[in-house]
Write a protein that binds this ligand. Structure first.
Ligand code: ADE
Length: 242
């Protein structure tokens, strides 16, 4: 999977060399290129922005600079995403969809934004990472690269994404490691029992309970199997903790 990021701050992406993403790059599972749009400025001072026609505060990034940097990276299969608070909010569903792409071009605005004409010409999709305004699209682009890369084959060990939060529409159950007793708190007995069926049921119940408590809005969207419905009734979810 290749990510080409069109940005005025390419150094910000250096921090993606660490941890899981860094290893995925080393293994050539993903490629992250940050392209400095300033390199495409024809101005002798490398200026990339200008004032807004019709008046208004701030500066806009010029369309020719964005267009020329796009021409430099575009491929037949590339999907172009503009990171903007006006886009559709990024969800796990969208992350899984994007993980199927081969080449993503991520366009990061800064300052007041980008000339509309070039956006109309090249952008396939607008994505926001939440209803708040950041100073630019760089952090959102990093968020997107991080969560999409996790689903590229080989990036995580097998099974890692199967039971995690959101994978089945629910929050993940609580997990514990050594020591068995920490500050007087014991690990739930069932997890030490070695009884796989009981552990599975306990975890499912915890996942439902947590989702009910922390994110009841998610439960409304989950499609429950008949087995889950019976399970919910049996355990009176939301009333009992363990
Ligand atoms: N640019 C500025 N704020 C943003 C946000 N919330 N999501 C995506 N891009 C942005």
């Amino acid at each position: 999977m290749k990510f080409d990021v069109l940005t005025l701050f390419p150094e910000m992406f250096d921090m993606m060399q660490e941890s899981v993403i860094g290893r995925a790059i080393d293994k050539n599972l993903i490629e992250i290129n940050s392209i400095n749009m300033r390199d495409f400025s024809k101005d002798k001072h490398k200026k990339v922005d200008d004032t807004v026609y019709g008046g208004g505060a701030g500066m806009l990034i010029r369309p020719d600079v964005v267009w020329d940097s796009y021409q430099f990276v575009k491929t037949e299969k590339a999907k172009v995403i503009y990171l903007t608070p006006q886009g559709k909010t990024l969800t796990q569903e969208k992350v899984l969809e994007l993980a199927k792409e081969e080449h993503l071009i991520l366009l990061c605005g800064h300052y007041e934004g980008i000339d509309q004409r070039v956006l109309d010409k090249m952008v396939d999709e607008e994505i926001s990472i939440g209803d708040y305004v950041l100073t630019g699209g760089e952090l959102p682009a990093m968020v997107l690269i991080d969560c999409v890369s996790r689903y590229v084959e080989g990036v995580l060990s097998e099974g890692s994404t199967e039971e995690e939060t959101f994978s089945n529409g629910l929050l993940e159950y609580p997990q514990y490691t050594r020591p068995e007793v920490f500050e007087g708190e014991k690990v739930p007995e069932v997890l030490l029992s070695g009884h796989h069926e009981n552990i599975k049921n306990w975890r499912k119940k915890q996942a439902f309970n947590r989702t009910m408590k922390k994110r009841p809005d998610l439960l409304e969207k989950v499609e429950l199997s008949d087995e889950d419905k019976r399970f919910l009734e049996d355990f009176e979810i939301g009333k009992k903790e363990d």
